[in-house]
Design a protein around this ligand. Structure first.
Ligand code: PMP
Length: 407
């Protein structure tokens, strides 16, 4: 054996020998940006290292090393299927580079195969850019795109989604949990009704912010395609997966060696896939305890943070993992950097847009006065009350000192 895999644990990897300067090293930090990405669990990074250094065959190779690599992929598929409550008879798991690729593959894959005559497609106005922009492109290509907005209460009802679908609708794509405020859309109820009335309309759900956080079951979602991402659940960045119901034919985004049933050509990234499977296995064993812990943290934050003058924006019924709030009279970015100086890491709205303002809060009817003061906290099973206490103290200071310099 060349490597002792244990010595390749998360923080022992020789990053600095590679000449990369890391801004923040091992200092104590309070990380409240888990909807942007999560820390890879040690067991998960060890699984990746094991696959890289021990089981490094190409899964398409016919010899034993290929078969072993294939077994790691099979293990991960099994974990994801079990977490979604699906069997092999019901569909396939296809691995992607992440949810951006998964969402693009679902949307373009369906419309290319089934959208020649059915030119109507439906989505919402609160989707992640990887869905939003795919629909913009469909619109440019001549599709009739219907975008459902939240109503005056900031809700998207199942009726509103169902009501937009007709016999000419090829696809409806909607997220389960909004990444900016944790709002949970009534996907199961809507998709069930849609499939009953229009069995030929394909249903796609971006479950990135729901998977391994709130219960996500294929049976309850009635989705033909489900998109998942590894790095939101303590697996590495660069790996995602899709559940594709049996019989659904997706035109691939890329052509090549025909791996993964031709839906996603390219040699499978076995270490990433194995790591993803490991994360799912670990999280799935005590999903409800982790959720209960996160709900408790969320409730604590909802109780304590308004004492600083902050205004909670996320609905009580939102995912416990995401809490959106406004820090009145302070710009989001100003507060973000103020907190960062105290080693507390949060996000201003959604991290995906890197400074670009999102329309999603306006869509959710957030009051105009709060729009440039939104902070997103997102928790993990590692977040604890002392993190919220430290955040509260820092936010209080921030509210006192920063409000003055705003104008
Ligand atoms: N959908 C949602 C709801 C997300 O939050 C994200 C990540 N911000 C994505 C899709 C894209 O995921 P990935 O980074 O894996 O491409």
């Amino acid at each position: 054996m060349l490597y002792n895999t244990k010595s390749y644990g998360l923080f022992k990897a020789p990053c600095n020998n590679l000449g990369v300067q890391i801004v923040l090293s091992m200092e104590e930090k309070i990380y409240l940006d888990n909807a942007a990405t999560t820390k890879v669990m040690t067991e998960v990074s060890e699984a990746a290292a094991y696959a890289m250094t021990e089981v490094y065959g190409n899964p398409s190779s016919l010899h034993h090393m290929g078969i072993d690599a294939e077994r790691l992929i099979a293990y991960s598929k099994k974990q994801i299927m079990s977490a979604l409550g699906v069997s092999q008879e019901q569909g396939e798991i296809i691995f992607t580079s992440g949810a951006t690729e998964g969402n693009n593959t679902a949307i373009f894959g369906i419309t290319e195969t089934y959208g020649k005559r059915k030119k109507r497609v439906v989505t919402t106005t609160v989707e992640h850019p990887s869905v939003e922009k795919a629909f913009d492109r469909l619109e440019s290509a001549g599709f009739e795109v219907v975008r459902v907005s939240p109503d005056e209460n900031g809700e998207i009802t199942a009726e509103a989604l169902v009501g937009t679908v007709d016999e000419n609708t090829c696809l409806i794509s909607a997220m389960l949990v909004n990444n900016e405020n944790g709002y949970i859309l009534p996907i199961g109820e809507a998709f069930q009704k849609i499939k009953k009335r229009y069995p030929d309309c394909f249903t796609h759900c971006d479950c990135v912010q729901g998977f391994e956080k709130i219960p996500v079951s294929e049976k309850k979602l009635f989705a033909d395609i489900i998109t998942l991402s590894g790095h939101k659940i303590h697996a590495p960045k660069g790996i995602g997966a899709m559940f594709i119901r049996k019989g659904v034919r997706l035109s691939p985004l890329m052509v090549g060696g025909g791996q993964q049933k031709g839906v996603r050509s390219g040699t499978e990234p076995v270490p990433m896939i194995y790591a993803f499977g490991k994360a799912v296995e670990i999280l799935n064993t005590d999903l409800s305890e982790r959720s209960a812990h996160t709900s408790e943290i969320n409730a604590y934050a909802r109780e304590k943070l308004p004492e600083t003058g902050a205004v909670i924006l996320s609905k009580e019924s939102a995912s416990p993992y995401i809490l959106s709030l406004a820090v009145p009279n302070v710009r989001s970015e100003t507060m973000l950097h103020f907190l960062e100086e105290r080693n507390i890491f949060v996000s201003s709205g959604s991290a995906c847009s890197k400074g670009k303002t999102s329309d999603v809060p306006t869509e959710f009817r957030v009051a105009q006065e709060y729009l440039d003061s939104i902070i997103r906290l997102s928790f993990s099973f590692e977040t604890n009350r002392s993190d919220i206490d430290a955040l509260k103290e820092a936010m209080s200071d921030g509210m006192k000192n920063l409000a003055k310099i705003r104008k």
